[in-house]
Design a binder for this molecule. Structure first.
Ligand code: ADP
Ligand code: MG
Length: 160
């Protein structure tokens, strides 16, 4: 078995965006990603790189008040959730949460712990921590599909 790394140091926000772009390249349609990390950790920065890599040209801001922003990018749809301000997981019913998840859409969820019980399981969990002025990003997950994402990222990551 090939050894795969699943933890990466990103020294600045440009490289965080590049890492998001790399994840976009490595995740199949239908993937759900959970993004964990404190306020200001860099979750939205990673999503920005992800969405731009799939062809979006405009701004990417956290949908802090609207909870979700959907990007229609040709064949691909990306849902960006920020559940920080969600009161209770059940409120996601009113949002029609189920309709967002299908095998075409990729969903990236900031503050998934706020939606516990109402979200489909993640293919990949991304944990972001502060480290020496930059950030450490650790990927986890336990399906065979997760393993292939680990490999894809490890193979294409360029440490500059
Ligand atoms: P979050 O969505 O987790 O609250 P943001 O993506 O809004 O965080 O980022 C907060 C700040 O952290 C921004 O100023 C961004 O430029 C910066 N940042 C993001 N990634 C990194 C990194 N790898 N190293 C240093 N600063 C970063
Ligand atoms: Mg954010």
């Amino acid at each position: 078995m090939i050894e795969t790394t699943n933890s990466y140091f990103l020294p600045d926000s440009e490289r965080m965006e590049a890492f998001g772009a790399l994840l976009a390249h490595c995740c199949a349609p239908g993937s759900v990603l959970y993004l964990y990390g404190d306020l200001g950790a860099g979750k939205t920065t990673l999503v920005r790189g992800f969405v731009h890599a799939l062809g979006h040209r405009g701004a990417v801001k956290s949908p802090t008040y609207t909870l979700v922003e959907t990007y229609d990018l040709g064949e691909q749809r990306v849902n960006h959730f920020d559940l920080y301000r969600l009161g209770e997981p059940e409120e996601l019913e009113y949002l029609g949460i189920r309709d967002y998840f299908d095998n075409q859409a990729i969903s990236l969820v900031e503050w998934p712990q706020q939606g516990r019980g109402m979200l489909p399981p993640a293919l990949i969990t991304v944990q972001i921590e502060y480290e020496q002025g930059g950030r450490r990003v650790t990927l986890s997950g336990e399906t065979p599909a997760t393993e292939s994402v680990y490999r894809c990222v490890a193979t294409h990551f360029v440490d500059r």
